[in-house]
Design a protein around this ligand. Structure first.
Ligand code: S3P
Length: 449
């Protein structure tokens, strides 16, 4: 049930390109955009959001919030206005909520709805309908929420919010910010204190932004991990938010400049929350010429401008402990690794198996199709560097990050790369091709070859 406008696949070709030059901005952070809309929806008053990511995943969240009774609308200046209904104010939607391709959208929304007595049917596209939902329905059931899910705890599912929710203490069994956030959001309309124990730190936008909205939330670091406690049934206060550029989107032009000879680019206004910057650390360790200038605080997050120059990279071992801070960046790191000297080994990748596609398998297949030698196991991948010959066609499996990664590979490969379908790029980075071509890339419809 995808909302992608084009019904047929749109293959693209990316040819070897000259130097990339320019100063660019990438769209707003996806994690913060989903949260800004959702928290605004349950605050009291009107929340305004500047710099919201206007991509399919986030637009689906805006529609879902409107369907639940909290209006989310864009004004002609591009500022979004959300009329909040209070922590107990969401209403049953009259139609199913369609979250398209977005795991973050559906999992966080399930948490938000879980402790209000409403009924909502949640659906998504073919990719989202394959992804595991038990990781959120299990902890949400502890509050008293009930679900009728499809086989294997998947979408489509119907959620019945708890009438008399009870607070929960929950230790995360997987390092997942989505699961953490779903539980904390369920805590918003639950009497007493809901606690999430997070043994491995994951992105902390929920904690930071909820605090900004005035939630009674505390974070304590103990021997068994971070304890995040929220006292429920206190109203949130509407906020004026400014969403900085998404480091996960900046990753694509950043690697493009590193691997394309003669390049030098600046990517302005990128969010630098330390739970999101694992790729920057890794690329610098590989010899990448990346400097961060103009560091400043904006809307409770550190931001800065990334200056990136073509660099000779070398292979390294990327430890499992770094995975949560760069979980969405492995496909593009694998592309960078294929242009490095020597082998790059990435560990702790088990969560890649349950993203928009099985990303470990999809990345490895794409690398091999383009002549890059690889080895892999259940949760690791080794990429042999030395440059990608190219010439292969990549199957993207409805996964925006697989699509963008292999278009970047084409810029520096010996021939070109082709991807079978570019439609899903619109879920997170609608103007990806225009922005890259504006800097000197050569990405075009594959038919034009
Ligand atoms: C996200 C958390 C991560 C990440 C996703 C965005 C979030 O997922 O992959 O793109 O905004 O909370 P997991 O929680 O499944 O690791």
């Amino acid at each position: 049930m995808t909302q992608n406008s084009a019904l047929t696949p749109l293959p693209l070709i990316s040819r070897k390109a000259g130097p990339l030059k320019g100063t660019i901005r990438v769209p707003g952070d996806k994690s913060m955009s989903h949260r800004a809309l959702m928290f605004g929806a349950v605050a009291i008053g009107e929340t305004t959001i500047k710099g919201l990511l206007e991509a399919e995943d986030v637009i689906n969240t805006a529609k879902a919030m409107t369907a639940l009774g909290a209006k989310a609308e864009r004004d002609p200046q591009g500022i979004w206005h959300v009329q909040g209904v209070g922590v107990a104010g969401l209403q049953s939607p009259s139609e199913p909520l369609d979250f398209g391709n977005s795991g973050t959208g559906v999992r966080l929304a399930m948490g938000l709805m879980a402790t209000t007595p409403l009924t909502a049917r949640c659906v998504g596209d073919a990719s989202l309908s394959k992804r595991p939902m038990g990781r959120v329905t299990d902890p949400l059931s502890l509050f008293g929420t009930t679900f009728e899910a499809s086989e294997g705890n998947r979408l489509p599912l119907t959620l019945h919010g708890a009438k008399n929710p009870v607070p929960v203490t929950y230790t995360l069994p997987v390092a997942s910010a989505q699961v953490k956030s779903a539980v904390l959001l369920a805590g918003l309309n639950t009497p007493g204190i809901t606690t999430v124990i997070e043994p491995t730190p994951t992105r902390d936008h929920t904690e930071r932004m909820l605090k900004g909205f005035g939630a009674k939330i505390t974070v304590e670091v103990k021997d068994d991990g971070r304890h995040i406690a929220i006292e429920g049934q206190h109203e949130l206060k509407a906020q004026h938010l400014d969403v900085p550029g998404d480091p996960s989107s900046a990753a694509f032009p950043m690697v493009a400049a590193l691997i394309t000879e003669g390049s030098g680019i600046v990517i302005e206004n990128i969010m630098l929350n330390p739970t999101r910057t694992g790729l920057i650390d890794t690329l610098i360790e590989m010899g990448g010429n990346i400097t961060i200038e103009n560091r400043r605080l904006a809307g409770g997050e550190e931001v800065g401008d990334l200056h990136v120059k073509h660099s000779r990279l070398h292979g390294i071992r990327v430890p499992a402990a770094r995975a949560p801070s760069m979980i969405d960046e492995y496909p593009i790191l694998a592309v960078a690794a294929s242009f490095a000297d020597g082998t790059t080994r990435m560990e702790g990748l088990e969560e890649l198996r349950v993203k928009e596609s099985d990303r470990l398998a999809a990345v490895e297949a794409g690398l091999q199709a383009n002549g890059v030698p690889t080895q892999s196991g259940r949760d690791w991948l080794e990429v042999s560097g030395g440059g990608a010959p190219g010439g292969g066609k990549v199957t993207t499996h409805m996964d925006h990050r697989i699509a963008m990664s292999f278009l970047i590979m084409g810029l520096a490969s010996r021939i070109y790369t082709v991807i079978d379908d570019s439609r899903f790029i619109a879920t997170s980075f609608p103007d990806f091709t225009g922005l890259l071509n504006g800097m000197g890339a050569r990405i075009s419809p594959a038919e034009a070859r």
